[in-house]
Structure formats: structure tokens, C-alpha cells
Design a protein around this ligand. Sequence first.
Ligand SMILES: C[S@@+](CC[C@H](N)C(=O)[O-])C[C@H]1O[C@@H](n2cnc3c(N)ncnc32)[C@H](O)[C@@H]1O
Length: 216
Amino acid sequence: MSSEPTLLSAAHFSYVAERTAGDDDFLRDLKAAAVEAGLPAIWISPAQASLMNVLLRLAKAAQVIDVGTLAGYSAISMARALPEGGHLVTIELNPKHADFAEEWIARSDVADRITVARGPANEVLPQLADESFDAMFLDADKGGYESYREHGLRLLRKGALFMADNAFAFGELFADQPKDREVVAIREFNDHMARSPGMTGVIVPAGDGMWVAVKD
Ligand SMILES: C[S@@+](CC[C@H](N)C(=O)[O-])C[C@H]1O[C@@H](n2cnc3c(N)ncnc32)[C@H](O)[C@@H]1O
């Protein structure tokens, strides 16, 4: 065994994807309809959805918060990992995205497990009850992540699962002059996660890099 890490390439990600349960017909149709409706195709990868499914089931998560709904892909994927009686609140600012997601969630196999909460996450999260959630996933505006994490420390029970997408900053983590204006916010959030008390976590090289942490 070597202590040197394996350097990952695009081929590794393809290799993983080829060995990961992909989307079923419903999720494929959802994505096609979302693109047709003009929504941006910026949902998590199927490999990330599988990782989250495994983690949620290991954590026996029943109550989940999803920040950033878009078309409802991550919400439906996560809701499928919940036990009978489980529930997921997914928060979306953009009314067009929320309308699309509500329509497709209503047609999904987990319609009774998901509520779309409309509005900015910073207005919705304060309305949720303390220590009443088993898991939280961040995938919205990156400048809001630090604040959403703070809300998470209040909303999550001890030992709960915390996940956040895009730790690799859309491939621009090490760029001198990043094109995406959210790159700086992601770098700051990564440093904040690494240094701040309250959670123990690690960046997993899945998709665009995903923080996986446990609330201490
Ligand atoms: C990357 S997409 C989410 C993708 C989704 N998690 C998935 O994988 O299926 C980000 C979403 O967050 C929403 N969003 C951005 N800022 C927000 C905010 N402050 N509060 C709530 N939603 C926000 C955007 O409108 C967009 O639909």
C-alpha cells in the first residue's frame, strides 16, 4: 500500500460513472424536460446521487434539507433514500425552477416525501426547527454557503450528515484568474469548513468535489 494518492483524471470519473447506477427513465425524462424548458443543466452527477443515497441510508436519515432545488433531481434522488415517513424540504429561490420541480416531484414515486419551500434560503432556513434534521445538502449560491452552514449547525442534530457540492469550484479551484465569480466564495468556504469547529468533514472527489461532514 502507498501513502501517495492516485492522481485522478477524467478517465477515472468515466470509469466510476460506468460502474455506478445511472438514472432511471423518470430522471432521464426529467432532465430532458428541464433542458427543453430552458433550465440550466447544472444538477449533481449520478455518481454523486449514488454517494448521497449510500450516506443517507447509512445515517438512517429521515428528515433532510436540500438547498437549491433546480429541477428537483437531487431532491428526488435523496428522497428515494429515506425510510417510510421520511421527509425532505427543498429550498428554491427561482419561481420558474420551483414550478418545474413541483410539477415533476408531484409525478415522482416520492411525491409524498418532498416539500418545495420557495424563497431565498436565508429566509426559509430560519423558519425551520432546531435540531430537527438528520441531513443537509448545499447546492445553491456559493456566497451563501457559510451562512447556510451556520443554519445547519442549529438545524442538524448531533451526528447528522452535512454535504455541500462544488468544493472543486467548477474545475477552477487553482485558477489564477477564475472565470466564475463564485470561485472565490468556494475557496473561502472550503477554508471555513477546514478550520471552523462544529463539523468533522472531508472533500470527496465525486462530481465537482463534495464536502461530506458529520455534525460534532
Ligand atoms: C446547482 S442548482 C441545484 C441543483 C440541484 N441540487 C440538483 O442537483 O438537482 C442551484 C439552484 O439554487 C437556486 N438558488 C440560487 N440561490 C439561491 C438562494 N439564495 N436560495 C435558494 N435557492 C437558490 C438556483 O435558482 C438553482 O435552481
